[in-house]
Design a protein around this ligand. Structure first.
Ligand code: K7E
Ligand code: CUA
Length: 759
């Protein structure tokens, strides 16, 4: 009765859909779904058939989620959320001891911080071009930078800035990733103490930190990093120079009024006091020379970090200011490094500064004055190439493969402008939905942009998607920029925080691993001391401690029974023995906040106190094989002083010789099937297909396990132990089934990929 009603309701609701399904020609589908020619063209430009790959991979900030979102372009399919500043259970990030140690590096003054406000991802560069090796991202709320290794898409390191209390202008890398730049935002005292706001001008400070990157080990080196002290202006976005400007970096600022707010004290709010002046300052820093000064001992140690004071930076000629129209936001260096494009939310123009002119003023010591901290100011007239009127609320700029072509987001107009920054001409505009912040073109912040597509990161998504409550998804809109007119292709909802910036890299620059070296600690990139081999699993019990050295492989966890006494510290190291692609096992346990992800080859550790006597089942959380549900076990936590009754556990079922014989017969038949599959594969040129070679390796592993189980069953049978004989025969069959499954996958692959007999 109920079913009937449901069917009826569904029938009405999906009437239009079923028309679509019934339609068999393109015209019919277009009519049924109300699609135009233009829609079909956009679909054809983004649709990726099954098994297809994207040309670019985008790495997006995950905003308040503290994560990085990876998606493909042009399909806009999300591929991964990388856990960065926030625990991420699927990846076991923040649950295993190895990744907890990474998150612990991000503690702020000893406190665990379990979120991040990620803004700007930056990929490592060699000679100003993405090299596909590392990704960096900043946290605005708790000034930190994370390092992600693109070999496995895992977060390896978090560094917390010891001076700032917020930061925004990061992460940006210098031309050969010598340094990762992180600028402060809201000024605060460097020391971790109370300083009254009345001392704002004297003791509150801003700064730019240059985190030294050690490419050999793929980590930032705080010892070799340094900060340039800056006045208490709110430093904002930054960019590193390129080509002729490669030794310099540029950082915007707002609120150079140094207003301190106090709306509740009857004073005008920050927004009024911070935008009163007509101009703010672009900071121009010679980081190369600053690094030399630090190496020569000219820095002071503050909170353990080398800090070059304003005074020294000015005296040594590494720090200059240039006025820029008030409340600027984006600063972007052109691919050839000759110009710096600055846009201000409150000005309809973008200001294009000439690096050559800036250097001429520096060399001639031609300044219009000094700021209250003694920093020389280069006049705007002396530095500008020109200003170009683009529209309302210009924010960020990116570049095209075509010379002199830039794209700038117009926040207030809700448009993207394409313009010529050499000639100062607007070329085209396209509307977006709505209020774009950052925008991004393919490799558009490198020395060698690809053009092709642009992604608009919109701040509002009103009316674009099915409503899901007051909190809307974010909207990344894909735009085709290959033709004379920009064309909007696709809306992608992002349901995870507000991404600020995203960068896209040619997918073929990435060479991610499919498995780890056996027994690998992926967070330290070293062989784990807890690596456990098949057959060497053990549980070590000492006073107050139970330490398990276990393994996982389709379809069992070793051990299957762990015993502890209440109050024990339980440590479980698990090594995934799999070598096969995508054979990750999970491990979760009742009531202990344990959830591990053990990718092929990985070793991870769960640690907890068994503080309550009881029974705690555990199991594998990845559907890894036909007998995945049976990948299970028990932690038994006994009360103190518990005495075993000495009773033997009775198995639920009893097996006879007939059961043994029946299983062996099945196994012999199964082996015949396997032999025929193996015969097919080996008759082909399968060595020419790496995925098949990997499958054959895996199947061979399984058949070896089958042989071991077979030997055990025969040994039991020889002693007329039909119980164990039958069970081991069953285990032998389990391995055969896995081998057959893998073999069939290999066979299908060969048939679909034109191996020699098919031709
Ligand atoms: Cu939102 Cu670059 Cu942090 Cu602009 S930022 S929009
Ligand atoms: Cu291993 Cu499911």
């Amino acid at each position: 009765m109920k079913l009937k009603k449901l069917a009826l309701a569904c029938g009405v609701a999906t009437a239009m859909m079923s028309n679509t399904f019934a339609a068999s020609t393109l015209e019919e589908v277009m009519k049924a779904r109300g699609l135009t020619q233009k829609d079909i063209l956009a679909a054809a430009k983004t649709y990726t058939p099954t098994g297809g790959r994207d040309e670019y991979l985008a790495f997006s900030s995950g905003g308040q989620s503290g994560q990085v979102i990876v998606y493909g372009i042009p399909s806009m399919r999300i591929l991964k959320y990388i856990g960065v500043f926030t625990p991420e259970p699927w990846q076991g990030y923040g649950f295993d001891e190895e990744s907890k140690a990474v998150l612990a590096q991000g503690r702020i003054q000893g406190k665990d911080i379990t979120f991040g406000d990620t803004h700007h991802p930056a990929a490592s560069e060699t000679a100003g071009d993405y090299d596909g090796k590392y990704l960096f991202i900043n946290d605005k709320a708790n000034p930190r930078i994370a390092v992600i290794d693109l070999h496995d898409f895992e977060t390896k390191q978090i560094v917390a800035n010891p001076l700032y209390k917020s930061s925004h202008g990061g992460a940006f890398v210098t031309e050969n990733t010598e340094y990762v730049i992180e600028a402060a935002q809201y000024p605060a005292p460097f020391k971790n103490e109370y300083v009254p706001l009345e001392k704002f001008n004297e003791e509150y400070r801003g700064g730019v930190t240059y985190w030294k990157f050690n490419r050999e080990i793929g980590r930032l080196d705080p010892e070799k990093s340094f900060t340039i002290e800056l006045p208490p202006y709110s430093q904002d976005l930054s960019d590193a120079g390129k080509g002729p400007s490669k030794d310099w970096s540029f950082t915007n600022s707002f609120c150079t009024e140094r207003y301190v707010g106090g709306i509740e004290r009857g004073r005008p709010p920050f927004e009024a006091g911070c935008s009163a002046k007509d101009t703010d300052f672009l900071h121009m820093i010679n980081w190369k020379k600053a690094a030399e000064l630090v190496a020569a001992g000219k820095a002071d140690k503050i909170n353990g970090m080398d800090v070059l004071s304003i005074e020294t930076a000015v005296a040594e000629g590494v720090l200059f200011l240039v006025p820029e129209p008030k409340s600027p936001h984006g600063v972007d260096v052109t691919p050839d490094g000759t110009k710096i494009v600055v846009s201000g939310k409150l000005d309809t123009h973008v200001s294009v500064y000439s690096f050559e002119k800036l250097m001429a003023a520096v060399d001639a010591k031609k300044f219009e004055g000094k700021d209250p901290y003694g920093i020389p100011i280069i006049s705007m007239q002396d530095a500008l190439h020109h200003q170009v009127e683009l529209g309302l609320g210009p924010l960020h700029s990116q570049f095209d493969s075509k010379p002199c072509v830039a794209y700038t987001s117009l926040y207030v107009d809700s448009m993207i402008a394409r313009w010529d920054y050499c000639e100062g001409k607007v070329l085209d505009k396209v509307s977006i939905h709505y209020n774009v912040g950052h925008l991004m073109t393919m490799e558009g912040d490198t020395v060698n942009p690809d053009g092709k597509y642009l992604v608009s990161l919109n701040k509002l998504a009103i009316d674009r998607f099915n409503p899901v409550g007051p909190l809307h998804p974010q909207n990344h809109q894909l735009i085709d920029i290959s033709g004379d007119k920009m064309e909007l292709l696709y809306d992608m909802p992002i349901p995870l925080g507000e991404p600020h910036y995203v960068m896209a890299m040619k997918a073929d620059k990435l060479k991610p691993a499919i498995r780890y070296k056996s027994g690998w600690d992926s967070r330290t990139d070293k062989r784990s001391p807890y690596k456990t081999r098949a057959g060497r699993e053990k549980t070590v019990v000492t006073e107050g401690k139970v330490e398990v050295f276990g393994t996982t492989i389709r379809s069992h966890i070793t051990p299957e029974i762990i015993e502890a006494t209440v109050g024990d510290e339980v440590t479980i190291h698990l090594t995934n023995l799999e070598r096969a692609q995508d054979e990750t096992h999970g491990f979760s346990m009742y009531g202990q906040n344990v959830q591990l992800s053990i990718e092929p080859g990985k070793t991870v550790t769960a640690k907890f106190i068994a503080d309550k006597a009881g029974v705690y089942p555990y199991y594998c959380t990845e559907f890894c094989s036909a007998l995945h549900l049976e990948m299970e076990g028990y932690l038994l936590v006994k009360p103190k002083g518990y005495k075993d009754s000495g009773e033997k556990a009775e198995a639920g079922a009893v097996y006879t010789q007939a059961d043994y014989d029946k299983q062996v017969k099945t196994n012999v038949e199964t082996q015949a099937v396997i032999d025929s599959v193996v015969g097919f594969i080996t008759s082909q040129n399968y060595q020419d297909f790496p995925p098949v070679v990997a499958l054959v390796e895996d199947a061979t592993d399984q058949l070896n396990f089958a042989q071991e189980a077979k030997a055990k069953s025969e040994a039991a049978a020889a002693k007329q132990d039909w119980q164990n004989g039958a069970l081991w025969a069953n285990q032998w069959w389990q391995y055969q089934v896995k081998a057959a499954d893998i073999g069939l996958r290999a066979k299908t692959y060969l048939q679909q990929h034109d191996s020699k007999t098919i031709k």
